[in-house]
Design a protein around this ligand. Structure first.
Ligand SMILES: *[C@@H]1O[C@H](CO)[C@@H](O)[C@H](O)[C@H]1NC(C)=O
Ligand SMILES: *[C@@H]1O[C@H](CO)[C@@H](O)[C@H](O)[C@H]1NC(C)=O
Ligand SMILES: *[C@@H]1O[C@H](CO)[C@@H](O)[C@H](O)[C@H]1NC(C)=O
Ligand SMILES: *[C@@H]1O[C@H](CO)[C@@H](O)[C@H](O)[C@H]1NC(C)=O
Ligand SMILES: *[C@@H]1O[C@H](CO)[C@@H](O)[C@H](O)[C@H]1NC(C)=O
Ligand SMILES: *[C@@H]1O[C@H](CO)[C@@H](O)[C@H](O)[C@H]1NC(C)=O
Length: 331
C-alpha cells in the first residue's frame, strides 16, 4: 500500500514535469537579453518578407531598417552575406552553403533555424565588432576529413563583439567550433568585451573550441558534448568563464581547460607542439558531468555568478532535453 502510494506520487510528479521537457522554454536568456545596451530584438516591429534566392537574400539583409527575413530553400552563396543591423533571419527549411554569414560593425541581429554547412576556408558565422546578437536553433556541420584548417570556425566572435547568446544550436562533424577573441594583437580592443552566453547547445563529433574564449567573459551552461575529441571548453589568455550543468558523453578528450596551451590538434601556427598562450580563468557553478573526459583547471577566476535570470536544466535531464530541443526544425 505504501509502495503503491509512493509510485502514484512519483508518477504525478513526472507527469507534471513532462510538458516542460517536451516544450522547453526557447525564449532569449543571457547576455543578448540582459545587458547595459538593451535586449536583442532583431527585426521585430519591422516588415516581414520571404526570400528564396541568394540575390533576394543579399538585398533583404542589407541596411539597418528592422526586417524579419524568412529563408526558404538552398542558398549556395558566392560571397559572404553581410547582415545589417536590426535583422532577424529565420530559416523555414533553409540551407546555407558556399559562403557563410558576417555580422560586422552592426547591432541587434537574430539568426535562427538555419543549416550552415561546409563553409570552406572561412567561418559559418563571423560576429565582428558587433553587439546584441542571438544565434539560436541552427545546425552547423561539415566533416573532419581534411584537418583543422580546411574549414574554419562554425561561429566565431571577435573584435570586441559583445552581448551575445548562442543557444540550442547543433554543432557537429567539424574541427574548430567556436572561438571568442581571435588575436593577441586585439587584446586591448577585446578586453572588457566578448560577453557571450552559450546554453543548451549540442556538440557532437567535434575537434576543438567548444567554445574557446580569450580576453572576455562567457557563461557556458547546460550544453551536451558527445565525442568532442580534443579540447572542448577552453578559457585562455586571461579569459573568464562560468561553467555549469554541462554533460560530456562518448569519447570526449578534454572537457575543460584553463591551461593556455592550444593543442596540436587545434591549428597551431607557431609550433607543431601547440601554441602557448597565458592561462585563462574558470569558475564552476552548478555541478557538471564530465563523463570520461579530463579537466585541467589552473586558475580560479572571479566570474562567480551570471547577473541575469536563467533556469538551469537539472543535470540528469540535460542529455535528453538538449538532444530533443537543439538544432533546426524544433521551433
Ligand atoms: C555551390 O556552387 C559551387 C560553385 O558554383 C558548386 O561547385 C557547388 O557544388 C555548389 N554547392 C551546392 C551545395 O550546391
Ligand atoms: C537600427 O540599427 C541602428 C544601428 O545600426 C540603430 O541606431 C537604430 O536605432 C536601429 N533602429 C531601430 C528601429 O531599432
Ligand atoms: C567595419 O569597420 C571597420 C572600421 O571602420 C572597417 O575597416 C571594416 O571594413 C568594416 N567592416 C564591414 C564589413 O563593414
Ligand atoms: C566598429 O563598428 C562601429 C559601428 O558600429 C564603427 O564606427 C567602428 O569604426 C568599428 N570599429 C572597428 C575597429 O571595426
Ligand atoms: C595541465 O596544466 C598544467 C599547467 O598548470 C600543465 O603542466 C599540464 O601539462 C596540463 N595537463 C594537460 C593534460 O594538458
Ligand atoms: C577579475 O580578475 C581579473 C584577473 O585577475 C582582474 O584583472 C579583474 O580586475 C578582476 N575583476 C574584478 C571585478 O575583480
Amino acid at each position: 500500500m505504501k509502495l503503491r502510494l509512493f509510485t502514484l506520487a512519483t508518477w504525478a510528479l513526472s507527469a507534471t514535469a513532462t510538458p516542460n521537457h517536451n516544450n522547453p522554454d526557447f525564449s532569449l536568456v543571457g547576455f543578448a537579453k540582459d545587458n547595459p545596451i538593451g535586449p536583442t530584438t532583431g527585426g521585430r516591429g519591422g516588415k516581414t518578407l520571404t526570400v528564396t534566392t541568394p540575390s533576394d537574400l543579399v538585398s533583404a539583409v542589407a541596411g539597418d531598417i528592422p526586417t524579419t527575413i524568412y529563408l526558404s530553400g538552398n542558398f549556395n552563396l558566392t560571397k559572404r552575406l553581410q547582415i545589417g543591423s536590426n535583422k532577424s533571419l529565420i530559416g523555414r527549411g533553409a540551407e546555407i552553403t558556399g559562403a557563410g554569414l558576417t555580422i560586422a560593425n552592426r547591432t541587434n541581429v537574430i539568426v535562427r533555424n538555419l543549416a550552415i554547412r561546409y563553409i570552406v576556408d572561412n567561418d559559418g558565422i563571423t560576429i565582428q565588432n558587433s553587439t546584441r546578437v542571438w544565434i539560436d536553433h541552427n545546425e552547423f556541420s561539415s566533416d573532419m576529413n581534411n584537418g583543422p584548417d580546411y574549414y574554419d570556425g562554425q561561429c566565431d566572435i571577435v573584435r570586441a563583439s559583445d552581448w551575445i547568446t548562442v543557444s540550442w544550436n547543433y554543432f557537429h562533424d567539424h574541427w574548430k567550433s567556436s572561438l571568442v577573441g581571435n588575436s593577441d594583437a586585439l587584446r586591448d580592443v577585446d578586453s572588457g568585451h566578448l560577453h557571450v552566453t552559450y546554453h543548451h547547445n549540442y556538440w557532437r563529433h567535434s575537434g576543438t573550441r567548444g567554445p574557446a574564449g580569450r580576453f572576455g567573459h562567457q557563461h557556458v551552461f547546460n550544453n551536451l558534448y558527445e565525442d568532442f575529441l580534443y579540447q572542448a571548453i577552453h578559457s585562455r589568455s586571461d579569459n573568464q568563464m562560468l561553467v555549469e550543468g554541462n554533460v560530456f558523453r562518448g569519447e570526449s578528450g578534454e572537457a575543460l581547460s584553463t591551461y593556455g596551451l592550444v593543442v596540436p590538434a587545434d591549428s597551431p601556427n607557431t609550433s607543431p607542439d601547440g601554441d602557448f598562450e597565458i592561462d585563462g580563468f574558470v569558475n564552476l557553478g552548478a555541478r557538471n558531468d564530465w563523463g570520461s573526459a579530463t579537466v585541467n583547471i589552473t586558475q580560479i577566476g572571479n566570474f562567480t555568478k551570471a547577473r541575469y535570470w536563467y533556469r538551469l536544466t537539472p543535470l540528469r535531464d540535460v542529455q535528453r532535453v538538449v538532444k530533443r530541443g537543439a538544432g533546426i526544425g524544433k521551433i
